[in-house]
Design a protein around this ligand. Sequence first.
Ligand code: MG
Length: 302
Amino acid sequence: MDAGIEILEVGPRDGLQIDPVILPTDTKIELISRLLAAGLKRIEVASFVNPRKVPQMADAEQVLAGLTRPEGVHFTGLVLNRRGFDRAAAAGCNEIGMVVVASDTFSVRNQGVSTEESILGWLGVARAAQEQGIRAQVTISAAFGCPFEGEVPLARVLEIATRCAEVEPFEICFADTIGVAVPSQVTELLTQARARLPGTRLRCHFHNTRNTGIANAWAAVECGVSALDASVGGIGGCPFAPAATGNIATEDLIYMLDRSGVATGVSLAGLIETTKWLQRQLGREAPGMLHKAGDFPKRALQ
Ligand code: MG
């Protein structure tokens, strides 16, 4: 397992999007700058959605305007439609991510469109992005379970992925949006997805809602995913489990990968420092564990 794993840091968007604290624009810019300094090269910086619905992301353009993108770095913007894509492109995102929800009920409630309409929307946005030289990737959310419909059939998830792959996206991500997946389910989905879509980069997005997120991440590593999502400090809740923690913490993931010999290029010390700083900005403790326990250096203790 020496090919390495790329981390897509989703804290500035997924982490902050449902946070009760709305951070000032300058603080968001500092957060992203600190993440870059820790070695992260792919960061979901904002979402370009209706600011009345998501006031936490109302300053998406200003955040991008305040950042300098180093060579080799990708700033991802989440978009839900063509209008959002046009905003992300104008703001300078060099990657966009779109979401297709695997179950119709969740899709209609979350995005106001059916899964089918959402797939068609993705295909259009992906083509527009490709014409402009912007990397386009899609996340199939609720791929491991839906809060309204329960189990989502594996065959349906694979069919959606196959449809989404028609435009040859940069990558397809399977997301456990509500944090119900277990490792055996991850292995089964990824094994079948790789057989169905050979040559397509696969990524996963896990939540630690039921404490299975990090185990799911390892299952995904063993299946050869190209990238994993994580958020600094584990910030970002699960809207369908209000009392639960959210995304897997980037530093917890890096610790596991580092000590397992999987290269990420990210500094654990820099991440821990950033989580401690972020806790002060949010005024509460972050749910991740590594920033509390600390690193366990590889070198033998003297
Ligand atoms: Mg998430």
